[in-house]
Design a protein. Structure first.
Ligand SMILES: Cc1ncc(COP(=O)(O)O)c(C=O)c1O
Length: 426
């Protein structure tokens, strides 16, 4: 079945979006892979970094490098200023009420583990945390660890047939013992977005908190945590056009204020004696040790860069490419029932992440053969084994689009896949 809503050529209403001008800002696309252009469709794993971000990090490290919030000298003050300015950029990106709601972490995984330790440590045996079958392992394993440490009960929302968090059983799963609902904002496997409002309403009805894993949503533009009405939001810099090694936990002020620290060490304290410690206020209470300073500065630059792009045009462009990917899979399949799309067919309210399975072909083999066409994909369980179990698969092949991908990338993928299938499934 072809998706009729989508034009199947590079030239349509979205042509006003100048993808080549965006792409030209990414030095990585100057390189070739075995003599072929790079067709990078593994953005859900890690996005590429524009020159503006590479420069911001290089300038920081070559001109302003020092530790933050410690020494009284020129460089230390500049470094602290740049680090705190980055916090301000993140606050703006998330529409936080204050930069003090922004905690720098190592990534989404670091953000969720922080909540699992700090908030999880306040839970009592028998309290309940709700997750879903759609989650990345980083929003499953930390809660299993809390369960095993404290004796809480984990309750799980199922996946729907198109790989979204299924809310049909929400009212039954959320109980007066629920203390937190921790779910993804959008799936890294299916691309399905989560319907957040009913989750927040169900949580509020029993006084529970809500955590959203925003790893896959953040690369697509600003997020309004206040409008979402959640309590915690996490995302990773490296998926959002920034450097590796840094990420964000946003926490509602009053929620962060009430939490104990996760790690102990330098800079998270007000005073220390050999007998006791008085902790600093958030966010520093949650940032023990030297933080990833240049990386945070790079993240600030990445968010500023992202917000300066034509994001409405980019969203339409990504949606059109997603439609071309889905239609192209249908065309290659040609009613043979070989290719199984894992994710919604509808293009509205979905991330540009397209997963599929081909009967009898291992995703790693597909990825390896497509790599020979210069196409970078991801194949495997995508750190979402419970979702794979739901679909009765061990893995999928995933093509994920960012705002710099063009029709040439989609063509290379579809032509390459067609060749692979002709070769392996004649
Ligand atoms: C939905 C989702 N959550 C969490 C993560 C973990 O992100 P990180 O490895 O950057 O901590 C990922 C990474 O793929 C993801 O896709």
């Amino acid at each position: 079945m072809s998706n009729s809503k989508v034009a199947n050529s590079g030239k349509d209403a979205t042509s006003a979006y100048n993808v080549e001008a965006v792409r030209a800002q990414f030095p990585i696309f100057e390189r070739e892979i075995d003599g072929q252009p790079l067709h990078y469709l593994d953005n859900a794993a890690t996005a590429q970094t524009p020159r503006a971000v590479l420069d911001a990090v290089a300038v920081h490290d070559s001109r302003h490098r020092a530790n933050v919030m410690r020494s009284i000298h020129h460089l230390a003050e500049e470094a602290t200023e740049a680090f705190e300015a980055a916090r301000g950029q993140v606050a703006q990106f998330l529409n936080a009420t204050s930069p003090t709601e922004i905690v720098f972490t190592s990534g989404t995984t670091g953000a969720i583990n922080l909540v699992a330790h700090a908030f999880g440590g306040t839970l009592q045996p028998g309290d309940e945390v709700v997750i879903s079958q759609v989650e990345h392992h980083s929003n499953i394993v930390p809660w299993q660890m809390v369960r095993d440490r404290i004796g809480i009960t984990l309750r799980v929302l199922s996946a729907s047939a198109d790989g979204a968090v299924d809310l049909a059983a929400l009212q039954a799963i959320v109980t007066p013992r629920t203390k937190l609902i921790a779910v993804t904002h959008g799936s890294n496997v299916s691309g399905a977005m989560t319907n957040v409002a009913p989750i927040v309403a169900a949580a509020r009805a029993v006084g529970a908190k809500v955590l959203l894993d925003g790893a896959q949503r953040a690369p697509h533009g600003p997020i309004d945590v206040q409008a979402l009405g959640v309590d915690f939001y996490g995302f990773s810099s490296h998926k959002t056009f920034g450097p590796n090694g840094v990420g964000v936990l946003w926490g509602r002020s009053e929620v962060l204020d009430a939490l104990p620290p996760f790690m102990g060490g330098g800079e998270m304290i007000r005073t220390v004696t050999l007998d006791e410690t008085i902790y600093a206020e958030p966010p520093h209470r949650f940032e023990a040790g030297t933080p990833p300073i240049a990386q945070a500065v790079g993240l600030g630059a990445a968010l500023a860069w992202l917000c300066a792009q034509d994001l409405t045009g980019a969203a339409r462009h990504e949606q059109r490419l997603t439609g071309r990917l889905i239609d192209g899979l249908d065309d290659i399949d040609n009613n043979r029932g070989l290719i199984r799309l894992i994710g919604p067919r509808e293009l509205d309210n979905r991330l540009p992440v397209v997963s599929f399975a081909i009967e009898g072909l291992h995703p790693h083999d597909i990825c390896q053969l497509l790599d020979g066409h210069g196409v970078a994909l991801r194949g495997g369980h995508h750190c979402a084994q419970p979702l794979m179990d739901f679909f009765g698969l061990t893995g999928t092949t995933r093509a994920s689009v960012a705002l710099y991908n063009n029709d040439g990338d989609v063509d290379a993928f579809l032509n390459g896949l067609d060749d692979v299938i002709k070769l392996l499934k004649p």
